[in-house]
Design a protein around this ligand. Structure first.
Ligand SMILES: *Cc1c(COP(=O)(O)O)cnc(C)c1O
Length: 392
């Protein structure tokens, strides 16, 4: 039997990522492929670095996209900064903090684990006490925007603590970039990674990273070679570095980078502050609608991520049946709970191009219908009116 071409339906993606990809980005992906050392392509790479510096709000020279998804950006930060025997203090308030621990131990380094309740932010006072207790910590690592729970941590204070206690910070900004303020230089963050498919609304598969001068000095001062050949920043720089000389390291994902470039041009056009504000307003409208439906938030209001809304599944409503209904009847995807929250919550994303009024209205009316089909009583019109009142 011959297998024919794959034609996916047009879904509305309101889960934890990927988010809806803007048509301009999909169009950019289909432009003619250039050689990965073509001078025109190299020029586009330089522009991408400049645009990423804007998105990260940094002047760090070592700012570029890793040719792999956000998890590779995470790994790049850990393998470059940590050597065997180094100590890393890792804050765990969700799934991604757990992955950081995995990275630390696989580097042969020692992970000191600080747990926080899922659905809450990292508590800086607890972190400071731990930094005091363990004198010789090299790295403080935490997740700025925990996509598994919807909690936003105070990256400015945490990075400040890292500086105060003489260690380097590693910040997971996969979901924060473009959705909430991320000010790498002002906060003095040292190694920060993000992802293309969350608030940048690009296709999955690329991970912007940035390293401060202090982080670069630590990489240069290493006694052991970086354990990963592919993610060794010393080697990657030979391809992405400034100046005319570009040595082959790996074949860049040329067309995928057109997409990232386009998404960053769009972010520049909108303006970072405007993008942050749009996410905040859309979140308030969605929250007003959900609360009108009787759906409650997991995270306290002052710690909530606008771009990832974790809500409790109301009693009597079935998790899988609801998500199946939304997909089958409305081509609408929302996220399931992870880990401790599996089966108890939904994760509703408002990321990038998905953070718009049409999506909020679709979500509220479709979710109301899905829950009503299971006997749950709610008023879709009232929810839409509550959301519209915020948007007006
Ligand atoms: C999505 C995500 C990642 C992983 O990114 P991938 O592109 O899936 O590898 C890491 N950290 C956070 C906070 C994320 O939301």
């Amino acid at each position: 039997m011959a297998i024919s071409s794959f034609h996916p339906p047009l879904r509305t993606l309101m889960g934890p990522g990927p988010s809806d990809v803007h048509p301009r980005i999909l169009e950019a992906l289909g432009r003619p492929t250039l050689g990965h050392l073509d001078p025109l392509f190299v020029g586009m790479m330089d522009e991408t670095k400049t645009l990423l510096k804007y998105a990260f709000q940094t002047s760090n020279e070592l700012t570029l996209p890793i040719s792999a998804p956000g998890s590779a950006g995470m790994e790049a930060c850990f393998v470059n900064l940590l050597e065997p025997g180094d100590k890393a203090l890792v804050c765990v308030n969700g799934v991604f903090g757990n992955r950081m621990i995995e990275n630390v131990t696989r580097c042969g380094a020692i992970a000191i684990r600080l747990d926080f309740a899922w659905g809450t932010a990292v508590d800086p006072a607890v972190v400071e006490a731990a930094l005091k207790e363990h004198g010789d910590v090299k790295v403080l690592a935490f997740v700025h925007a925990e996509t598994s729970t919807g909690a936003l941590s105070d990256a400015e204070t945490l990075c400040g603590l890292a500086k105060q206690y003489g260690c380097l910070s590693i910040v997971d900004a996969v979901t924060s970039m473009g959705g909430v303020p991320l000010l790498v230089d002002q906060w003095q963050a040292d190694a920060v990674y993000s992802g293309s498919q969350k608030c940048l609304s690009c296709t999955p598969g690329l991970s912007p990273v940035t390293f401060s001068p202090a982080a670069v000095a630590a990489i240069k001062a290493r006694k052991h070679p970086v354990q990963s050949w592919f993610l060794d920043m010393n080697l990657i720089l030979g391809y992405w570095g400034e100046g005319g000389k570009r040595a082959y390291h790996h074949t860049a994902p040329v067309n995928a980078l057109y997409g990232l470039h386009e998404s960053l041009v769009m972010l520049q056009e909108e303006g970072l502050e405007n993008a942050w504000q749009r996410h905040a307003i859309m979140h308030r409208a969605l929250a007003a609608g959900l609360e009108s439906l009787g759906v409650e938030f997991v995270v306290a209001a002052e710690q909530r991520l606008p771009q990832l809304n974790s809500v409790y599944i109301p009693a009597g409503v079935d998790d899988a049946a609801t998500r199946q209904y939304l997909l089958a009847n409305h081509n609408l995807e929302i996220g399931a709970g992870l880990g401790d929250l599996a089966g108890k919550v939904w994760r509703i994303g408002l990321m990038g191009y998905s953070a718009k009024p049409e999506n909020i209205r679709l979500l509220l009316s479709a979710l109301a219908a899905a829950m009503q089909a299971q006997g749950y009583e709610c008023d879709a019109q009232a929810a839409l009116a509550a959301a519209d009142a915020v948007l007006a």
